[in-house]
Ligand binder design. Sequence first.
Ligand code: CA
Length: 448
Amino acid sequence: MSIFSQVSRRHFMAIVTASAGTVLLKGCMGNPPETSTTQSAPVASPVMALKPEMLPEVKTVKLGYLPIVEAAPLIVAKEKGLFAKYGMSDVEIAKQANWGSARDNVKIGSAGGGIDGGQWQMPMPYLISEGIITDNTKVPMYVLAQLNTQGNGIAIANKHLGKGLSLQVTEQVAFFNKLKSEGTKFKAAYTFPKANQEFWIRYWLAGNGIDPDAEVELLTVPTAQTVADMKRGAMDAFSTGDPWPYRIVTDKIGFISALTAEIWKNHPEEYLAIRKDWVDRYPKATKAILKALMEAQQWCDNFDNRKELASILSKREYFNVSEAILIDPLMGKYNLGERSVNDQSMAPLYWKDGKGSVSYPYQSHDLWFLTESVRWGFLPKETLTKAKDLIKQVNREDIWREAAKELGVAATDIPTSTSRGVEEFFDGTKFDPENPQAYLNSLKIKRV
Ligand code: CA
């Protein structure tokens, strides 16, 4: 079959799959009608002459994503025909209405009209594997790669401009106490409870000596609703992925107190995780997905490509926002409202950052997310004793390594340890993965 006819067939299949997907979305997945999975056909990119041992067992997989910059490598892998290049010609990436829908859809799997995996906040793959957020139904998952580091922020409503709410909060006790005594307790939102976004806002508050459980009211708001809700005064702050915090500033609704890259430089952000049963059944297809993802991450990481990246993400079927809202955060150019940041090392990073590999899923980061869950009482203290075993079951960095080698990634770009070593936060706190208990002991504000 010629390259041309393969592309034509893919084009046809993409249309068929997209139409079927749209019907499913409207009928079964609980997504709003405006959510569309209609996707343009992959760009004609050369299909690899794959060795038989690398031929994927299936050509199709259904991966969920949320309209935030974390999803960029999945969208680019699809748009640039990279999944097809490695033999996965019918990958469907499906926009999820919110994190709750993504969780419900992975629980039923693609066979039930849901998804096989996709983009996740940590530690969602662990909470789903253990049945903690899936009504005690354990749905074992594998964490396979990290999608990005950084690229998130904490947005604050305009009425608090000039009150010292920055990375370092001045007069913190007076400010939060006054609101509390006036019956207008500071309301801070995140997009899904007990995961990344809640951790970032809690870390920022607690690092400034503010007890998030005592001084603040915390609530969940879906990503796409954050801007509207702040506009109508329903919340004082929210934490989510770009471009949403930045949009608050451009829409003159609020400002950004801190970029998550300032709270924790090169911090782990979101991940690719797929159901264990799917990966175990299709190991070669899994590696094909990873190879496409890694190539997309390398492309996304090149700042020369970021203008085109903004243009791709802005499309109606993906983020459905103007390119202008996307380009600045992607370039590390943030107008925070009260101050500005112009530094590419603060932007979302996809392949390499100041600490090394972005794509490789460090087990030491999974341990931080589990430790932080214990800190706030989201998971029992005993989690730490069994964390090592749990991480070994869920985090399949070994599959990432195999795929990286097959892709021909330079040995220097493949981490030699499952730990990134000691991590340091903006308040001077250190997390040593060898001793998570010492980290917990060092924290003044905690629930454990
Ligand atoms: Ca995020």
